[in-house]
Design a protein around this ligand. Structure first.
Ligand SMILES: [Zn+2]
Length: 481
């Protein structure tokens, strides 16, 4: 059965045919690192994680890239308010992000490009747009001329009828009713200089617009044409529309071939909003005793293109479901054969295993239908339990036991909540939170070159058996036993 995705570009579910057989290039718009990610952001990254893992489950060689937006209107505003340089402001949020990704068990990407490290490429892309007559300068800033790109609007299908030729918008975010020429490059302002966010260009000093950043990071990592571009539904316009205009306008080639968008999350039936006081971070939830494995499970219960209602009751039910599946796998793995099986008996779980993996793959092949795939796993759990409850004269053979355990393991390479639950058995979430907080403080101390403070924190961690390993993406830790 072919793998199919709903492509926002065509508004159709289509067979996924990669550019190069057996390989897939995937880019997902990552976070703006001006705050810890909230649970709505994490749902988007989780959806991209399931996409990543399922392509690998299908045997594909995946290049998976998630960017970090570390220079834009929001990060500059934050750095200015705190009175620190931009990179000093964003680094703690980058550290927290990686901790969160680990806590939720999201598989590591192949690359996490940062916008500030790709500015020369952005300047080159803007030069190409000038050469093609699609960019123009106004007051030291550079804008994209949407009237020169006939494909403008093809992704979001915005209404272009009211567009005024030459009307411009400088902000990174704007509404659908405000379709205009957008900023590729913004002339330097005093506040940009104050936080060290100014680069020199042939048309004067300034900084990139948000949209050009993703065009350049994705093409630098995956080539001018690549397979899948993913992100939250709110990014369709203007962000992704503008990415297409810039990239295709400069290269004359198709940019991303499949566009996948994840829906929003609601909290207790309401939109998440600071004003409603219902914006939760992962740390908030863990402090309330919520297990990350329950969050993973709850996310799987809704299709990525449906809104998900996030509630504490839902998390409670998800936690119960995880415990049932986890306990069944344990029961099966610890089962010891009471007597030699009659080899003429059909190993009855073989059939159930085949059915479960078949139903799982059919559901996932259908635009990653995780809720139906989850139902297949739950049905399998019921069959394993009823098999273990009524062995009678037909004991489980070693092969039957192994085949059934493989179902849990294979499905969990995609779902991942059993692996997270395994870890939770060993480490209590309160302790995990305590460790994460200290690691952020330790990173902070090191950056200030306050090595005495960093050593005190290291000793505190060691006293509770925490072993820290420093990696390129920040520290990882385990509890020594
Ligand atoms: Zn982006």
């Amino acid at each position: 059965m072919p793998l199919r995705f709903y492509n926002t570009l065509t508004r159709k579910e289509e067979e996924f045919v990669p550019l190069r057989p057996g390989k897939a290039g995937v880019y997902v718009c990552g976070p703006t690192v001006y705050a810890p990610p909230h649970i709505g952001n994490l749902r988007t990254f989780f959806f991209a994680d399931i996409l990543h893992r399922y392509l690998e489950y299908r045997g594909m060689d995946v290049a998976f890239v998630m960017n970090l937006t570390d220079v834009d209107d929001k990060t500059i505003r934050g750095a200015l308010q705190k009175g620190v340089p931009l990179d000093e402001y964003t680094q703690p949020f980058i550290d927290i992000l990686f901790k969160n990704l680990d806590t939720l068990g999201l598989a590591r990407a192949d690359a996490y490009p940062r916008a500030t490290e790709h500015v020369p490429g952005m300047i080159r892309l803007i030069e190409r747009l000038f050469e093609r007559g699609l960019a123009y300068e106004a007051d030291g800033s550079v804008y994209f001329d949407i009237s020169g790109f006939p494909g403008y609007g093809k992704l979001s299908r915005v209404d272009l009828s009211g567009t005024q030729r030459g009307a411009r918008v400088a902000d990174d975010s704007y509404e659908k009713g405000d379709v205009r020429d957008f900023a590729l490059w913004k002339a330097a302002k005093a506040e940009d200089g104050a936080v060290g966010a100014v680069w020199q260009t042939p048309w004067g000093p300034g900084r990139p617009g948000w949209h050009i950043e993703c065009s350049v990071m994705s093409m630098d990592e995956l080539g001018e044409t690549f397979d899948i571009h993913a992100g939250g539904i709110d990014l369709t316009f203007p962000h992704h529309e503008d990415e297409i205009a810039q990239s295709e306008g400069a290269t004359g080639k198709q940019f991303a071939r499949y566009w996948l968008h994840g829906e929003f999350l609601q909290i207790d039936g309401e939109k998440m909003a600071k004003s409603l006081g219902n914006v939760f971070t992962l740390q908030d939830l863990v402090a309330h005793g919520v297990k990350p494995s329950s969050i993973r499970y709850l996310f799987l219960t809704a299709h990525y293109r449906s809104q998900l209602n996030f509630s504490f009751e839902g998390l409670e039910a998800a936690g119960q479901a995880v415990r049932r599946i986890h306990a069944t796998r344990k029961r099966l793995s610890e089962h010891r054969m009471q007597m030699e099986a009659d080899p003429s008996d059909e190993p009855r779980l073989h059939h159930a295993a085949e059915e479960a993996l078949g139903a799982f793959a059919r559901a996932m092949d259908t635009d990653l239908n995780t809720s139906v795939a989850l139902a297949a796993l739950n049905e399998f759990v019921t069959r394993v339990n009823s098999r273990l409850d009524s062995l009678g004269t037909r004991p489980i053979t070693a092969a039957e036991q192994q085949t059934a355990l493989d179902v849990f393991d294979r499905i969990d390479t995609v779902f991942g909540f059993l692996a997270v639950a395994d870890r939770e058995e060993v480490v209590d979430p309160e302790l995990a939170l305590w460790v994460e907080e200290r690691l952020v403080m330790r990173q902070d101390a090191r950056r200030r070159r306050d090595f005495a403070a960093a050593d005190v924190i290291r000793d505190e961690l060691a006293a509770r058996g925490v072993v820290v390993e420093d990696t390129a993406q920040g520290p990882r830790w385990t509890i020594s036993t």
